[in-house]
Design a protein around this ligand. Structure first.
Ligand code: ZN
Length: 257
């Protein structure tokens, strides 16, 4: 069995309250030995840290998602304190969302940029959410000297992927890469250099085929790894090895940690 890393999940979600222990055990049972559980505001970031304390192989990201940008001034001080906890290995989920979020782009950019500066000051990588804000996301990322960043659940086009790779960013694919109509995303997953590739489930959202529409969980990362391997005509263990190595390097984890 090969090692897999789920670089983005929300294990704090209420959807896991009934069987979280079993979810983490099932993931480990198929080789998903490291999971980054990602906060989206102060409460979920706190919860991510608590979960990382409870489960070996679970690590926390702390940040304010653009959908919570309006609460930034209230939560900023406490979020910054959380960033100094040893379980925290990234700032996220942060970014820009011009699709679903009604907060003005100006406010979103200020909140995003400030959190990028927090990451740079602590030499932490960042986990980036981008919905229909591609150019502004790249511009913000360029404006701060970061140790590393991943574009989670990549939704850009091939040109953006090329630019992201040139900037040294990681590109992460989620369950939607398995959907039959996702042909342009699949083409990007086929072409991105292996050295820039990460995998994630975004659990409990975005279940891959054939679980689409049901609760997602980290064990389903294998379906995403299989799809990416099939697209690239590689053995799945090669994709697993490359993406795990990338994630462990980005987040600063060691084997067996
Ligand atoms: Zn997420």
């Amino acid at each position: 069995m090969f090692l897999l890393v789920d670089s983005h999940a929300h294990l704090d979600a209420a959807a896991f309250d009934c069987d979280r222990d079993a979810v983490v055990a099932r993931a480990a049972g198929v080789g998903v030995q490291h999971i980054l559980t990602v906060g989206t505001d102060l409460a979920t970031s706190q919860r991510a840290i608590e979960l990382a304390r409870c489960y070996p192989g679970l690590h926390a990201a702390v940040g304010l998602h653009p959908s919570a940008a309006e609460r930034f001034d209230q939560e900023a001080a406490a979020l910054q304190q959380l960033l100094d906890q040893p379980e925290v290995c990234a700032v996220g989920e942060i970014g820009l969302d011009y699709h679903r979020v009604s907060t003005s782009p100006e406010i979103q950019r200020r909140v995003f940029h400030t959190q990028l500066e927090w990451a740079a000051a602590r030499t932490l990588p960042v986990v980036v959410h981008d919905r229909e804000a591609h150019a502004d996301v790249l511009a913000c990322l360029r404006s701060v000297a970061l140790v590393g960043a991943v574009l989670h659940c990549f939704s850009g086009d091939a040109l953006m992927a090329e630019e992201a790779v040139r900037m040294g960013l990681f590109i992460s694919f989620a369950g939607n890469v398995t959907y039959p109509k996702a042909t342009s995303l699949q083409e990007i997953a086929r072409c991105v250099p292996l050295t820039a590739l990460l995998l994630e489930t975004d659990s409990p959202y975005l279940s891959p085929q054939p679980w689409r529409g049901r609760r997602n969980e980290p064990m389903h990362l294998t379906a995403i790894a299989n799809k990416v391997a099939e697209l690239r005509e590689l053995a799945v263990d090669e994709v697993a090895r490359a993406t795990s190595t990338n994630a462990m390097r980005l987040f600063g984890w060691n084997e067996g940690q």
